[in-house]
Design a binder for this molecule. Structure first.
Ligand code: FES
Length: 131
């Protein structure tokens, strides 16, 4: 069995790895796949395609049960706010074997959600005249 605790919500879900992927979004057996299946909110602006950083999570425990970070994930993660030791993209980090993992959704992401922010930062896409 595999187990994930999502902080700060402190919600733990347990499942049989063989029953994954749930085939929602992100890599098979990824945190995003798992979060969506269990109704846990994890931003995923790009739909789990390693093209944003909104699914940023910090692995607090159990990194040994996850895949090694690949270059595309590392490159994308470099752009994430509040980068920490243990930072991963929730749509790219996935289980490779049974184990217990604890992850935290960084406050930057949580605040972003609670403020009702859109999923994409439009930045300069808004014409200067309308700002
Ligand atoms: S959802 Fe966009 S990189 Fe993970």
């Amino acid at each position: 069995m595999a187990k994930v605790t999502f902080l700060p919500e402190n919600r733990t879900v347990e499942f049989d790895l063989e029953s994954l992927p749930y085939s929602e979004h992100g890599k098979p057996k990824s945190f995003l796949d798992i979060a969506l299946h269990f109704g846990i909110h994890l931003e995923h602006a790009c739909g789990g395609n390693c093209a944003c950083t909104t699914c940023h999570v910090v692995v607090k425990k159990g990194a040994e049960f996850l895949n090694e970070m690949e270059d595309d994930e590392a490159d994308r993660l470099d752009m994430a706010a509040d980068l920490q030791l243990g930072s991963r993209l929730g749509c790219q980090a996935h289980f490779v074997r049974d184990g217990e993992v604890v992850i935290e959704i960084p406050s930057w992401n949580r605040n972003y959600v609670s403020e009702g922010g859109g999923s994409i930062n439009l930045g300069d896409a808004i014409p200067a005249a309308k700002r």
